[in-house]
Design a protein around this ligand. Structure first.
Ligand code: KG4
Ligand code: ZN
Length: 369
């Protein structure tokens, strides 16, 4: 089954073509056109600007995807379904992708499978060229489920109980900012680039307290010790999160420093390390708690923040230590942030829901249950 997928829910214009067989997924093309450079100036995504960029980019990205997949016939290509993200996301952006999908579906006389972006971040674990991902894809369901999924992106932070493909229950979510949003906003405070997650991770990786203290001793130690941030809601009994307090704590800490400290490399690096660790501590604590409470067989990560190497590593160590009999799934790095391959694989699991283009509409606040 060949699926062409379109994703425009935020600031990446993505088109992917997958050939999905029973035992194997072949990625014919997976094109992502990032708008990060455009939004960098503002430290966040401007929906109307993102929409305009999607409008400009969709056709060139589609053409690239066709070329990469070796498809030459634009009029009647060998494609069985179109998959498109219908929500959640930025409404003007979603409509751009959905209208594009409708036009193609009408032209090619094929059906559209509507896709939930959050579910796609979870199912991104089942697409990939590594043997490991292929193994999960063909695994019997009773060996995988129930699973607990942590979806952490720029727009969402949710803990979801997954009983099967398509069967979800939200256990908890953020009450304010998403974890990725917290990275983006605190990176802005510290004068780092957008997206903030990779920028903070890169700064955090530069500092090694032991080495720093050994070399420049007192001064760097003092700078480093200026940075202590809260772990919001880490001991709350529910599965909810809150990251806006962390952002405020970063702002106050930064504001009270003198201009020399604000510009010092070691202060910025220490701050980034602490922001990252605070987010990691809370995410791991709540996920492990839910995995134990629901006696799950698998922990599944998904979303842009799960590209964070420290998060991936610390999760692995914690699971090995506390839940050694549990499977741990994380997407290949390229499928953590937004892409359309994850939309195609999700559509495959929902192929029975294929609809005529006239019946497809956006739902910007779509939920997973
Ligand atoms: O899933 P995604 O591409 O888009 C949404 O659905 O929102 O996630 C984007 C988010 C951004 O907030 C970005 O800062 C964060 O993922 N991110 C990271 C890393 N790479 C991207 N956060 C932490 N560490 C990273 N390496
Ligand atoms: Zn996303």
């Amino acid at each position: 089954m060949i699926i062409l997928a379109i994703e425009t829910s935020c600031d990446d214009t993505c088109v992917s073509i997958l050939n999905i067989k029973k035992q194997k997924i072949e990625i014919l093309s997976n094109i992502v056109s990032s708008q990060a450079e455009i939004h960098k100036k503002y430290g966040g995504v401007y929906p109307t600007m993102a929409k305009r960029e999607h409008q400009k980019n969709l056709l060139p990205v589609l053409k690239k995807a066709f070329k990469k997949a070796g498809i030459k016939n634009f009029i009647k290509p060998k494609i069985d379904f179109i998959a498109v993200t219908i929500g959640p996301g930025l409404e003007p952006c979603l409509w751009t992708g959905v209208n594009f999908a409708k036009a193609l579906a009408h032209l090619w006389n094929i059906k559209i499978i509507p896709v939930n972006h959050i579910e796609a971040h979870i199912l991104a674990n089942f697409v990939g060229e590594t043997r490991n991902n292929a193994k999960h894809y063909t695994k019997p369901r009773e060996k995988l489920f129930p699973a607990v999924c942590l979806v952490v992106s720029g727009g969402h932070t949710q803990l979801i109980l997954m009983r099967d493909f398509g069967k979800y229950k939200i256990l908890g979510e953020t009450r304010d900012d998403a974890a990725g949003e917290c990275f983006d906003k605190t990176a802005r405070i510290l004068g780092l680039g957008y997206p903030g997650g990779p920028a903070i991770a890169a700064e955090a990786a530069k500092i090694n307290p032991v080495k720093s203290f050994a070399s420049s001793k007192r001064k760097s130690e003092i700078l480093f010790n200026r940075v202590k941030l809260p772990r919001p809601m880490i001991y709350s009994k529910d599965y909810d999160f809150s990251f806006s307090g962390l952002k405020t704590a970063v702002l106050y800490n930064f504001k009270k420093q003198n201009s020399k400290v604000k510009k010092s490399k070691i202060y910025i690096q220490a701050m980034c390390r602490e922001i990252q660790q605070s987010v990691i501590d809370v995410l791991i604590k709540k996920t492990i708690k839910s995995a134990k409470d629901y006696k799950v067989k698998t922990i599944i990560l998904g979303g842009g923040v799960t590209a964070n190497q420290e998060l991936r590593k610390q999760f692995e160590e914690k699971i090995k230590k506390e839940l050694s009999n549990i499977q741990y799934l994380k997407p290949n790095i390229q499928f953590c942030t937004d892409n359309a391959a994850m939309i195609a694989i999700t559509a495959y699991f929902h192929k029975k829901e294929a609809k005529d283009w006239k019946n497809i509409k956006v739902n910007a606040n779509l939920r997973t249950n």
